[in-house]
Design a protein around this ligand. Structure first.
Ligand code: C2E
Ligand code: CA
Ligand code: CA
Length: 507
């Protein structure tokens, strides 16, 4: 494969890389946010377990303790605090002023403003620890003469998540009651997330510092670069492949033109009443040297887009005129209808070429007609009209192909001086069914009649369709019901037997 348009390829590659690189920051943030959120879920579940256990243990103590700070109470609290992984301290404050804890002496200072009711006489709130000087989360049970405090073991960010690069806050009523790891005052924080507990009135927030984000940004940058480069290279290869395919197709068609491989096949158009042939549509076939026949859909779209349809049509016309002469149609109004594209009407080339084929009276211009599809837009309508008027002067008519399926609609019929409307197979197919398109068929026929245009029905495959069309005034029939497109020698043979065939069909 020859490498083509290196600048365009380089630009495509660089654009892909640039686009993906602009996203790498988002990729990093997305990844980190996801990591923070899952860590928060894990920490919240942990803290909820701690609180749940503190509530259960307090409930048990409310039944078991005597609340007089006796040696037995202290011992029971000590044992429970020692064995529980989730409560680090129990403490009793009595109405009469006695205070004791699982440490022995009391250490907690209640901050009743922060308390939230969990259920009757049970609260969750913050307690100031006089030893650690931290505000700790605690579950407090109250009774008329005393209160019992369970100081909950704080939670920490696991080292596996990160070391000294994140701040975890537990907030109770918007009050930070527990802050762990790096200095919360740091303004080095890059990303944070929140989670609210469904069970208890607190929330957790986790913020990571730039130290956490930057390595992620590095690898996401590398990954984005990789994705961008891979995508870019794939697009470059796809572009190169398409270019080479098109170049190959172009080269092949040019070779085909040189070897005169584009040949007309003829599909007869018959009058269904008389059974007589009124003309043929010329359909191109690419007949390779080895006899392989390539159908139009494999090369016509490319030929039309690349402009190679112009020399192909000339090659066809040369043979078509030669065949018309052999059929002795000069003094008849029988026609060979050739498919053209709008580009044929933007210059005089087609006109001049047809003129150059008229060397004697062995054929007449009215033995040729042109058909143009409604599916493609005629961009330069003015120029097209000028060229067409010259064809009309000659006696060459224009048919509207695929009527009702495309762009131009009936405005073309008015504007372009079209003589005949070719009803597309799509509308013929619905005859005998209750498809909505049958009303379009009726409108096309009514329009043709009202504007005195001739009609040809295309793609007619059954006698039922022939009869329906005849009943509605459409007699010129092209389709497999009578004949498929065929090379000239077969057409000559077909003509010999056709009349009998058709009379038989309708009898
Ligand atoms: P089109 O101009 O609409 O031609 C009619 C197509 O319908 C032809 O296909 C023909 O063989 C097919 N056909 C006719 N009767 C029947 C039928 O009863 N049943 C079915 N199923 N099909 C039927 P073909 O020959 O393959 O041509 C396809 C298209 O290629 C043409 O559609 C036309 O758009 C294009 N084409 C063919 N030759 C030329 C040419 O010389 N120049 C240009 N520009 N386009 C051409
Ligand atoms: Ca056609
Ligand atoms: Ca057609």
């Amino acid at each position: 494969m020859k490498f083509q348009r290196p600048w365009a390829s380089a630009l495509l590659l660089l654009t892909c890389i640039a686009i993906t690189l602009t996203f790498h920051h988002h990729i990093a943030s997305f990844y980190v946010k996801h990591a923070i959120d899952s860590e928060l879920e894990f920490l919240l579940e942990k803290l909820e377990t701690h609180v749940g256990e503190a509530i259960d243990m307090n409930e048990q103590f409310m039944r078991d303790l005597t609340f007089d700070c006796s040696a037995s109470d202290i011992m029971k609290m000590q044992r429970a605090a020692f064995t529980s992984p989730h409560v680090r301290l129990f403490e009793i404050h009595t109405q009469s002023g006695k205070q004791c804890s699982s440490h022995g002496r009391a250490v907690e200072q209640s901050e009743e403003d922060s308390w939230h009711t969990l259920k009757d006489n049970v609260f969750i709130g913050s307690e100031l620890n006089n030893i650690t000087h931290t505000h700790d989360l605690a579950v407090i049970n109250t009774a008329p003469n005393y209160k019992l405090i369970a100081d909950i073991e704080p939670i920490h960010i696991p080292r596996a998540f990160c070391d000294e690069c994140a701040v975890l806050k537990v907030q109770l009523n918007n009050l930070d009651i527990l802050v762990s790891d790096i200095d919360s005052q740091t303004n080095d924080l890059a990303l944070s997330s929140f989670i609210y507990s469904d069970k208890y009135p607190f929330s957790l927030s986790l913020s990571v510092s730039k130290n956490y984000l930057s390595p992620v940004e590095h690898w996401s940058g590398a990954i984005s670069l990789g994705i961008g480069a891979t995508l870019g290279l794939l697009l470059v290869f796809a572009m190169q492949w398409l270019l080479s395919q098109n170049q190959t197709m172009e080269a092949l068609i040019k070779q085909g033109l040189q070897a005169h491989e584009f040949k007309p096949y003829y599909q007869p158009i018959l009058h269904s009443k008389s059974g007589k042939i009124v003309g043929c549509e010329v359909l191109v076939r690419w007949v390779k040297e080895d006899g392989t026949v390539i159908p139009p859909y494999q090369f016509i779209p490319f030929a039309e887009d690349s402009g190679l349809i112009i020399p192909i049509t000339e090659q066809l016309l040369y043979r078509v005129v030669r065949d018309i002469k052999k059929l002795n149609w000069a003094d008849t109004d029988k026609f060979m209808s050739v498919n053209i594209v709008p580009e044929h009407l933007y210059s005089n080339d087609l006109y001049d070429y047809i003129l150059s084929l008229k060397t004697d009276d062995s054929w007449s211009f009215n033995n040729l007609s042109l058909e143009i599809t409604e599916r493609r837009k005629i961009e330069d309508l003015q120029q097209a009209k000028v060229t067409l008027s010259k064809f009309y002067e000659m006696g060459i008519e224009l048919k509207l192909d695929d009527a009702g399926t495309g762009y131009g609609g009936f405005s073309y019929v008015q504007e372009l001086g079209i003589s005949t409307i070719k009803i597309d197979k799509m509308f013929v197919d619905v005859i005998g069914t209750d498809d909505m398109k049958s009303s379009v068929l009726s409108s096309i026929i009514a329009f043709a009649e009202a504007s005195s245009k001739k009609t040809i029905a295309e793609g007619v495959e059954t006698n039922e369709q022939v009869e329906y069309l005849a009943k509605h005034g459409v007699y010129k029939i092209q389709g497999y019901v009578y004949a498929k497109p065929m090379p000239f020698n077969e057409l000559v043979e077909w003509k010999k037997v056709a009349k009998n065939l058709i009379t038989m069909k309708h009898s």
